[in-house]
Structures are given as C-alpha cells and as structure tokens.
Design a protein around this ligand. Structure first.
Ligand code: HEC
Ligand code: HEC
Length: 270
C-alpha cells in the first residue's frame, strides 16, 4: 500500500504540474511558488462540489486494461474505481485531480476480505455515483449488479487480451492462459469466487484465481463505462429483471426483507 500511495502521489503531482486543475488557485502559478511537492490535493483550498462531476464519453476497452492493472496494484475495488476515475482525470481533469484514487482500496475481497459485495462492483459504483445524480446512480448500479449476477466471468474479450499478453499497463507477471468461466448468480464476492473455484479447481491464493478476478475487474469497469456512455447519450434503458422464482418470493416478501438477490441461493423455497 505504501508503494501504491507513493506511485499515485507522484502521478497526481506530475499531472497537476502539467495542467491547471480548473478550481481554486491557478496551479501553474502555484507550482512556481510552491514547487511540485505542494501541488497536489494538499495545495487546494475550498470544498469540492457535492453536485455530480462532469462526465465525457470514455473507452470501455481502455477501462478493461486499466481495471486489470489496478487489480494488481491494490485489488478489485481499487482497480474498478481507478480505471474510471483515472480516465476522467486524463480527459476532464479539474475536480478529478482532487479525488484520491486509493479511497476504494478497502473494498478488496468483498470489503476487507469479508466476501460481501464484489469489490469491482463497489469501485465501479463509486465512480458512477461521482458523475450521476442519485436517481440515475441507483438505476445504473442496479443494472450493473443485475448484469454481473448473470455474466460468465471472465469475459471472452478479457481472456483474449490475457492469452495474447496484451494487458499493457499490468506491471506484474500474470497467467497468460484461457480461464474457465462461471456465473455467480449473486453480487457477492463469496459466491462469485466460490463458484469459480469449484468449477476451475484453482484455489483462492492461486495466481489463476487472482487473474480471474483481475479480468473480472476490467470487465466490470468496461461494463460500467458502457452504461455511463449510454446514460450520457440519453440512451440508457434498464433491462435487468429478477428471475421468475425470485419475483414469486417477492410477491409475498416485498416488505419483510430488502433486496433483489436470487432468494434460493440462500433460502429453501417453501
Ligand atoms: C404466498 C406467499 C409466499 C410466497 C410466494 C413465499 N413465501 Fe416465504 N413466507 C410466507 C409466509 C406467510 C411466511 C411465514 C410468516 C413469516 O415468517 O413471515 C414465510 C416465511 C418465510 C421465511 C422465514 C422462514 C422461517 O423459518 O420463519 C423465509 C426465509 C421465506 N419465507 C423465504 C421465501 C422464499 C425464498 C420464497 C420464494 C422461493 C418465498 N418465501 C415465497 C409467504 C410466502
Ligand atoms: C446471501 C444470502 C441471502 C439471500 C440471497 C437472501 N436471503 Fe433472506 N436471509 C438471509 C439471512 C442470513 C437471513 C437472516 C437469518 C435467517 O433468518 O435466516 C435472512 C432472512 C430472511 C427473512 C426473515 C426470516 C425470518 O427468520 O423471519 C426472509 C423473509 C427472507 N430472508 C426472505 C428472502 C427473500 C424473499 C429473498 C430474495 C429476494 C432473500 N431472502 C434472499 C440470507 C439471504
């Protein structure tokens, strides 16, 4: 983590030095006065806006590459957030220069390795919430989660890149092999990993399982970017619906529990 913080700090200083942040003091002047060391988030005064930040169309394939690299830096949650937030830094700058990229690090392994919500979903959703008003955030995030529960991870796109050794931003060694896919039927890290492990035979600490989650992180970041692009273009349409069995359960249990997860993954039908 210390290395990550140092690396990201350097990136922030460099970018801030090269272009103005668009808020607060002019950074070019600040850089001359204070030197690059002061020209990061610390040099800013005032409060960051609470309004959604500007979004411009991003490239989902670039998000897939950055998400994969981010996974190997500090985990799935960091990776998915980093993929989107760093692209917005590059294309929009301004307030995105003030957001610490490390802030989603806690989400790894389904929230500090508790296996709850998949960290890639957590990180991508945080990025969605940065740019969308609340009502739209809920729609996009719900769609992302619904898609995730039925998607066979890792994607064919990610595996093609991996087999070709094409994850160009990933500095660590990673297995450049085909990986079996599995459907989690759940947004939980626990179910997602356990099902893939059972199907593939690769245990949690194996490089292959980590690579599976690295590819998944890129896939989730790419999907989130696709959703955001559609939303920005005014073309987002929610498609996820709970399965018929879950809809049946909800016809009686809409008010004594919260959620859209497939009920029978945990409860016996009655
Ligand atoms: C026709 C209405 C109805 C449907 C459909 C229904 N339930 Fe229930 N369920 C009930 C009632 C009534 C109870 C008992 C009262 C209570 O505890 O709320 C109950 C109890 C439960 C309980 C608590 C069990 C316990 O031991 O107290 C769970 C968990 C549950 N249902 C899950 C489900 C799931 C999962 C589905 C779908 C596969 C489902 N229910 C479908 C009406 C329904
Ligand atoms: C990830 C696992 C999981 C999923 C998925 C899940 N539940 Fe639960 N549910 C639990 C746990 C754990 C509890 C609390 C312990 C218990 O009472 O079984 C609970 C409690 C309940 C209760 C209250 C049980 C009681 O004792 O009165 C109901 C009703 C219920 N769930 C219905 C549902 C319905 C309907 C769905 C699908 C929309 C669903 N659950 C999905 C894990 C799950």
């Amino acid at each position: 983590m210390a290395d990550l913080e140092k690396a990201l700090e350097k990136e922030v200083s460099r970018r801030s030095f090269l272009k103005t942040t668009g808020i607060g003091l002019g950074v070019a002047a600040g850089a001359l006065v204070f030197g690059t060391g002061m020209v990061g988030a610390q040099a800013q005064t005032g409060t960051v806006a609470e309004a959604p930040l500007p979004y411009v169309e991003l490239d989902p394939e670039e998000a897939r590459l950055r998400g994969h690299a981010g996974y190997y830096q500090a985990g799935c949650s960091f990776g998915a957030f980093y993929a989107i937030a760093s692209m917005l830094r590059d294309k929009v700058g301004g307030p995105y220069n003030q957001i610490p990229l490390r802030m989603l690090g806690y989400g790894r392994g389904g929230f500090a390795n508790w296996g709850t919500i998949c960290g890639a979903l957590n990180g991508a959703s945080a990025a969605i919430n940065l740019v969308c008003p609340d009502a739209d955030t809920n729609k996009l995030v719900a769609e992302l989660l619904g898609w995730y529960t039925r998607f066979p991870f890792p994607s064919a796109e990610a595996t093609a890149i991996g087999v070709a050794g094409g994850f160009k931003y990933t500095t660590k060694q990673y297995p450049k092999i085909e990986l079996v896919t599995s459907v989690s039927d759940s947004p939980l890290c626990h179910a997602s990993n356990a099902k893939w492990i059972a199907k593939s035979g690769f245990l949690l600490p194996s490089p292959e399982r980590k690579e599976r989650c690295a590819r998944l992180t890129g896939d989730v970041a790419a999907k989130a970017v696709e959703l955001l692009n559609a939303w920005k273009a005014g073309k987002f349409v929610a498609t996820f619906k709970v399965d018929d069995q879950t809809a049946g359960c909800l016809s009686c249990h809409a008010e004594d529990q919260e959620g859209k997860m497939a009920c029978v993954s945990c409860h016996e039908p009655h």
